[in-house]
Design a protein around this ligand. Structure first.
Ligand code: NDP
Length: 450
C-alpha cells in the first residue's frame, strides 16, 4: 500500500498551483489540489483576466470620440456598468469551469476547503486529513491596505471587480501596476479619477522616461495625478468618502481604492509548524528549485514574493513538477522577464532600465523614438508613443527595450524573444521593418540619444 494518500498535495488552485498539479499528474503522480475560494486564483478571478476585460470596456468611449476624425458620427452612447460586470462574471465562471475540467482531465483530485499543514506530510482540510509525500504551497497574495485611520472605508482591487454601481468620482491610492491600470479603467468609463502617489514619481522600477511619459499622458487624458501626496485620514458618510491628505488638503469622492501592493498569503496555514521558513514580508523562503526550508515542501507564485506575475508562477509550477516528478531539476530563469502595465496608454518593458544598465555596464548607448502614432493624425488625440532601446556598448547587445503606447505589451513580447537570443543592436538594424506600424521604430532607430 502507498505510504501516503497522495504523491503531491498542492495548496491553492491559482496559475502556479494548477500548472504544477497538472504536469505532475501527467508524469503519473497522484495529485490533489486544495482550494478554499475559486479555481484559477487571482489572475482568473480578480486579476489579469477581468482587469483586461474592464480595460477593453473603458477603451470604447475614447475610441468613439476619436472616430469623428475618421468621418464617423454616433448617437450619444450610454454605458451600463451592471451589464459589463454581469458579462464579465459569466466569462469568469466559464473559465472557472475550464480550470475544473483541466484538472479533472489530468486526473487531479480537487478538494474544496481551507488547508492547514499539521506536519510536513499531513494536510487538514476542515475535518478531513490527507497525507502526501510532497506539498506545494501556491497560496498567492492578497491586497494590503496600510493602517491609515479610516482604512476600513477603502476598497481594494478585489472589490472593484464587483462594484454594484460605477462611482462618479474615485480616489486611487498607489503608484504601481494596479493603481495605473484602474486609473485608466475608471477614467475611460467616465469616472473622475484622482490618483495619489506618495513619492516624487510613480511606477518605481520602470525606466524613468516611461514613468515621466505615462504621468504626462495620463494627465493629458484627464486623470488628476498627484505626486508627493498621501492619505492621512479617511472618513465616510453613507454615500461619500473624504480623504484628508498629509498636507491638510481634502478630497471627496464616492469611493477610495487602495492599490498599495500585495502581501504573500501565508498566515494561518501551519507553515511554521511544518518547518517552512518565512521571510520578514511573510514570503516562503525557497531555493532556486522553489524548495522551502522543509525538504518535501515547495512553494511557487506570489506567496514566494519573487515576481508577482502569472507567467512567472506558471513557469515555477512547471519547473517544480519537472524537478520532482520527472527527475529533471529545472530552475526558472528570471533574467529578462517582460511585463506590461495595461494603463492607458500601455507600458511594455523587458530588460534593464537606462539607470540599471548604466550601473551594471557603465558604457551604454541609448536610442529613443518619440512620435505621434499615425492613428492620432486624424483622431485628434494628442498622444505620443515612445520607444527606447538600451544597448551595452562593449558587446552591442540590446539589454533593455521599453515602450509606452498602444499595444506595448503585444510588441514587447516579441522583442523579449530577441533579447533572450542575445540580439545585438546590429541585429535590430538588420531586421526589415513592417510598415506602417509603431513596432517598426524598434528596428529603425539610428541616432544615439545618450
Ligand atoms: P505595486 O508594488 O506595483 O505598487 C504598489 C504601490 O503602492 C507603489 O506605488 C508603492 O509606492 C505604493 N505603496 C506601497 N505602500 C504604500 C503605503 N503604505 N502608502 C502609500 N503608498 C504605498 O503593487 P500593486 O498593488 O499595484 O500590484 C501588486 C503586484 O501585482 C504588482 O507588483 C505586480 O507584480 C502584480 N500585477 C501585475 C500586473 C501586470 O502584470 N499587468 C497587473 C497588476 C498587478 P513605492 O513605489 O513608493 O513603494
Amino acid at each position: 500500500m502507498a505510504r501516503y494518500d497522495f504523491d503531491l498535495i498542492t495548496i491553492g488552485a491559482g496559475s502556479g498551483g494548477v500548472r504544477a498539479s497538472r504536469i505532475a499528474a501527467g508524469y503519473g503522480a497522484r495529485v490533489a489540489v486544495v482550494e478554499q475560494r475559486y479555481l484559477g486564483g487571482t489572475c482568473v478571478n480578480v486579476g489579469c483576466i477581468p482587469k483586461k476585460l474592464l480595460v477593453y470596456a473603458s477603451e470604447y468611449g475614447p475610441a468613439l470620440e476619436e472616430a469623428a476624425g475618421f468621418g464617423w458620427t454616433f448617437a450619444p452612447g450610454r454605458f451600463d456598468w451592471a451589464r459589463l460586470i454581469a458579462n464579465k462574471n459569466r466569462e469568469i465562471q466559464r473559465l472557472n469551469g475550464v480550470y475544473g475540467d483541466l484538472l479533472a482531465s489530468a486526473g487531479v483530485t480537487v478538494i474544496n476547503g481551507r488547508a492547514q499543514l499539521l506536519d510536513p506530510h499531513t494536510v487538514a482540510v476542515d475535518e478531513r486529513r490527507f497525507s502526501a509525500e510532497y506539498v506545494l504551497i501556491a497560496t498567492g497574495s492578497w491586497p494590503v491596505v496600510p493602517p491609515v485611520a479610516g482604512a476600513e472605508h477603502a476598497i481594494t482591487s478585489n472589490e472593484a471587480f464587483f462594484l454594484e454601481q460605477l462611482p462618479a468620482a474615485v480616489i486611487l491610492v498607489g503608484g504601481g501596476y494596479i493603481a495605473a491600470e484602474f486609473a485608466g479603467i475608471f477614467h475611460g468609463l467616465g469616472v473622475k479619477v484622482t490618483q495619489l502617489y506618495r513619492g516624487e514619481l510613480f511606477m518605481r522600477g520602470f525606466d524613468d522616461d516611461l514613468r515621466l511619459m505615462l504621468a504626462q499622458e495620463m494627465r493629458k487624458r484627464g486623470v488628476d495625478l498627484r505626486f508627493n501626496a498621501d492619505v492621512a485620514r479617511i472618513e465616510a458618510s453613507s454615500k461619500r468618502v473624504r480623504a484628508t491628505l498629509n498636507d491638510g488638503a481634502r478630497l471627496e469622492a464616492d469611493l477610495i481604492m487602495y492599490a498599495t501592493g500585495r502581501a504573500p498569503n501565508t498566515r494561518g496555514i501551519g507553515l511554521e509548524r511544518a518547518g517552512v521558513r518565512l521571510d520578514a514580508a511573510g514570503a516562503v523562503v525557497v531555493d532556486r528549485y522553489s524548495r522551502s526550508s522543509q525538504p518535501n515542501i515547495y512553494a511557487v507564485g506570489d506567496c514566494t514574493n519573487r515576481a508577482m506575475l502569472t507567467p512567472v508562477a506558471i513557469a515555477e509550477g512547471q519547473a517544480v513538477a519537472e524537478t520532482i516528478f520527472n527527475r529533471n531539476p529545472v530552475a526558472v530563469d528570471y533574467s529578462l522577464v517582460p511585463s506590461a502595465v495595461f494603463s492607458q496608454p500601455n507600458l511594455g518593458t523587458v530588460g534593464l532600465s537606462e539607470t540599471q544598465a548604466r550601473e551594471r555596464f557603465g558604457a551604454i548607448d541609448v536610442y529613443k523614438s518619440h512620435f505621434r502614432p499615425l492613428r492620432h493624425t486624424l483622431s485628434g488625440r494628442d498622444e505620443q508613443t515612445f520607444m527606447k532601446l538600451v544597448v551595452e556598448r562593449r558587446t552591442d547587445r540590446v539589454v533593455g527595450c521599453h515602450m509606452i503606447g498602444a499595444e506595448a505589451g503585444e510588441i514587447i513580447q516579441g522583442l523579449a524573444v530577441a533579447l533572450k537570443c542575445k540580439a545585438t543592436k546590429a541585429d535590430f538594424d538588420a531586421t526589415i521593418a513592417i510598415h506602417p506600424t509603431a513596432a517598426e521604430e524598434f528596428v529603425t532607430m539610428r541616432n544615439k540619444a545618450g
